[in-house]
Design a protein around this ligand. Structure first.
Ligand SMILES: [Zn+2]
Length: 278
């Protein structure tokens, strides 16, 4: 199709930020610091490779996800421990904070709640920034590897995609049958995953994660949470996923009481009146 005469002018229009964050409620700096002072470890869960595990975190506690043994990507789901319908909202988190998240960014919950579920208080990969390919770490652009897309593109039935791993973990956590647990699985925070969009075709790309054993990302829970973390079958996601070919390693989840924990008050749910003009 031919371009209109004013194509260059239309392309030259200067973009504006969709959601300027000047009015976004900011995390309290003193509280964030307090959340990094880990006072006591309450529990830990090791997530086996190509599998997922659930864990509980109380509001004000800090949870840490650590790479152990080898470079490994994790797919994280979060729910309000008292109400599975309030869950992590990857799309709005991306709209507010950008394609990749790090210290000071928050993980927002689904509508109609739209409040912080967790705040990132420490990130040992915070130095990475955006590389020459436009890649960054900890993305909120990918969804999670799943057996349906795999079936669509490659055929077959692979059962250890993050979607299936998270489904099994939530079913085990809640006692729900698999078919009832599955709809609660949602778009993830891709912990440690290095991704971006190609400049020429705009396609979603991944590259080997820069994560190394000992690297970790720490979150302060803003509400009582149930989390589930899958150790992606893609391993460092440098080559492939949705198969058993990539080297895969476990991930460690630790939950701490911190200096922020005692008496922590969760933020209120969103203030919109929900009348939708009626
Ligand atoms: Zn995955």
């Amino acid at each position: 199709m031919s371009e209109p005469a004013d194509a260059a002018q239309r392309r030259a229009i200067v973009p504006v930020i969709c959601y300027p964050t000047d009015t976004l409620p900011q995390p309290d700096a003193a509280l964030m610091r307090a959340a990094t002072e880990k006072l006591q470890k309450r529990h830990e869960v090791t997530v086996p490779p190509r599998d997922a595990r659930s864990f509980h975190v109380k509001a004000g506690q800090t949870f840490r996800i650590t790479s152990i043994e080898g470079p490994q990507v994790g797919d994280l789901n979060l729910w309000n421990a008292d109400d599975l319908t309030e869950r992590f909202f990857s799309g709005k988190t991306r709209a507010l904070h950008g394609t990749h998240v790090t210290t000071g960014d928050r993980l927002w919950s689904s509508l109609p709640y739209l409040r912080p579920m967790a705040t990132i208080v420490e990130d040992t990969l915070g130095w990475y920034g955006l590389d020459a390919y436009g890649g960054g770490v900890h993305d909120v652009i990918g969804t999670r590897c799943d057996p349906y897309t795999h079936n669509l593109l490659s055929g077959g039935h692979y059962h250890h995609c993050c979607h299936s791993n998270l489904t099994r973990a939530l079913a085990e956590e809640t006692g729900l049958p698999l078919a009832e647990a599955e709809p609660h699985i949602h778009d993830v925070l891709n912990v440690f995953m290095c991704t971006g969009f190609t400049r020429d075709t705009g396609q979603y790309f991944m590259k080997a994660s820069p994560v190394r054993p000992g690297d970790h990302i720490d979150f302060m829970a803003e509400v009582d949470l149930v989390g589930a973390l899958s150790a992606c079958p893609g391993g460092d996601c440098g080559a492939t996923h949705s198969s058993d070919t990539a080297p895969c390693f476990p991930l460690l989840v630790e939950v701490f009481d911190s200096a922020a924990t005692p008496g922590y008050t969760s933020p209120p749910v969103n203030g919109y009146d929900k009348t939708h003009g009626c």
